[in-house]
Design a protein around this ligand. Structure first.
Ligand code: ATP
Ligand code: MG
Length: 445
């Protein structure tokens, strides 16, 4: 006997509520994205490994431990994207999107990282992503943060989530601060964890967000960036915070929030909740003015964020389940062809409808009931001969004979707007509009 096939560790299969939650997050993202004028962008799931190695930096956890890299059949080093930003910046350069700068784009889709799977942490997960490429204005940071804030509000999770904000300054600031940090850590190097000792040369800023108790005391007494901020960097941060206040976006300062890589400048932020245990960051981002240069492009300031769809999906209220409005129940083979025609009519009118592929009346009625449909349309030969069908309200149990003619229009009007019926009502209006618009024209003239 052959053994059963298994899903790859850290991947997910979603059906029912889990898939509906996921979809609700993506749908909210789509709505808010439009409100803020961010264009949809699609980029490949695979990129040359160099795209991520150069942009993320060889010393980061993602590049050193988490990438899904392989050689394709032609021997090309390829990596499944561990984030969107690098691929979007690669496209910005190779597609000549510079002409559209500042470019506001949004993407969502699967992301791959070889991590230890646990709650809220997967090997294939999914991100929402927003980027503004080609603007050095603090207003771009404000807009991007407002977008994130409104998204979390629309998802109904804003209450449990805090925006933590920091500045990493400009290169001048960063150099001075980094030197002061190295001096501070060097003086107490015997007390640091092994991991932080290794970071001291390569990535001293990362010691600041170490979770190791040995590092915490030393990190908490480390010099703060504020004492090293250049005037320009201080002004930039002041503009961002003033803009957030003006836009009504709540934030708190977290001077320990850092990004290890040199190309991160100025704004760094995370939206954090305490409702997901150790996986509390739902959305994170910042300004990465040096990244496009790292990819070999011209100096191009940019700012962006990414959010984990699964983490947001766990936080939201359970969305209303998708359901069918109308179930067709044909009585016998002859009625089945008529039922198929009605089914096609309803669906073309935007009414979500279904008919079991086979089964007798009893089976199909049971299925209609359990599907959560609002109505069943029972199609019998005698009724058909009179140009009618039986419409059964599955909530009240009431049943009436209705004319086949105009059935779809009538149902579209009965099924209230909202949820999935919005489409039905919209299409019905549209279908009715030629006559009503001629009416209006006639009255106007
Ligand atoms: P973490 O500290 O949780 O590892 P990160 O700093 O690696 O997060 P980013 O690279 O900033 O995360 O990615 C942005 C968002 O993507 C995170 O805030 C989180 O919501 C989500 N995310 C990151 N890694 C995973 C994962 N392995 N599984 C599910 N979601 C993830
Ligand atoms: Mg991580």
């Amino acid at each position: 006997m052959s053994s059963k096939v298994q899903a790859i560790r850290g991947t997910q299969d979603m059906l029912g509520e889990q898939a509906e939650r996921f979809q609700a997050v993506v749908a909210a993202f789509g709505r808010v994205r439009r409100l803020y004028g961010f264009q949809r962008v699609e980029v490949p799931v695979i990129e040359a490994t160099a795209v991520f190695a150069r942009s993320l930096g060889e010393t980061t956890d993602v590049v050193s431990k988490e990438m899904y890299s392989f050689e394709d059949r032609g021997g090309e080093p390829i990596t499944l994207r561990p984030e969107f930003t690098a691929g979007i910046c690669r496209a910005f350069l190779s597609e000549g999107w510079q002409q559209h700068a500042p470019l506001k784009v949004a993407a969502h889709g699967p992301i791959f990282r070889y991590e230890r799977p646990q709650k809220g942490r997967f090997r294939q997960f999914h991100q929402l992503d927003a980027e503004i490429i080609g603007s050095d204005a603090p207003a771009a940071d404000v807009e991007l943060l407002s977008f994130a804030d409104q998204l979390l509000r629309e998802l109904g999770v804003a209450d449990g989530v805090t925006l933590q904000l920091n500045t990493l300054g400009d290169p001048e600031t960063r150099e001075a601060w980094r030197a002061a940090l190295v001096e501070h850590f060097q003086a107490q190097r015997e007390a640091l964890s092994e991991e932080s000792l290794a970071r001291l040369d390569k990535n001293p800023l990362r010691i600041l967000d170490s979770k190791d108790a040995r590092d915490r005391i030393i990190a908490d007494s480390a010099p703060a960036i504020d004492d090293y901020l250049s005037e320009a960097a201080a002004n930039f941060f002041a503009s961002v915070t003033a803009g957030l206040d003006a836009a009504g976006v709540a934030w708190t300062r977290n001077p320990r929030l850092v990004r290890g890589l040199d190309y991160y400048r100025h704004t760094a932020f995370e939206f954090v909740t305490d409702r997901l245990g150790a996986q509390g960051t739902v959305l994170a981002g910042g300004r990465y003015d040096g990244l496009i240069e790292a990819l070999g492009g011209p100096h191009t300031p940019a700012v962006g964020w990414a959010a984990g769809i699964e983490r947001l999906a766990m936080l939201i209220e359970r969305p209303e389940a998708e359901r069918i409005e109308v179930a067709l129940v044909p009585l016998g083979t002859a009625a089945e062809a008529a039922a198929l025609r009605i089914l096609a009519d309803l669906r073309r009118s935007g009414i979500a409808s279904d008919m079991a592929f086979r089964g007798n009346m009893k089976k199909r009625m049971q299925r209609a009931d359990s599907s959560g449909a609002r109505y069943a349309i029972i199609v019998g030969d005698d009724e058909l001969a009179r140009g009618e069908v039986a419409l059964k309200d599955l909530t009240s149990g009431k049943q009436e004979a209705v004319a086949l003619d105009g059935l779809a229009r009538r149902l579209a009007a009965t099924i209230p707007r909202g949820g999935h019926s919005e489409l039905a009502a919209g299409l019905a209006d549209h279908a009715a509009s030629p006559s009503s618009s001629t009416d209006r024209v006639a009255k106007a003239s």
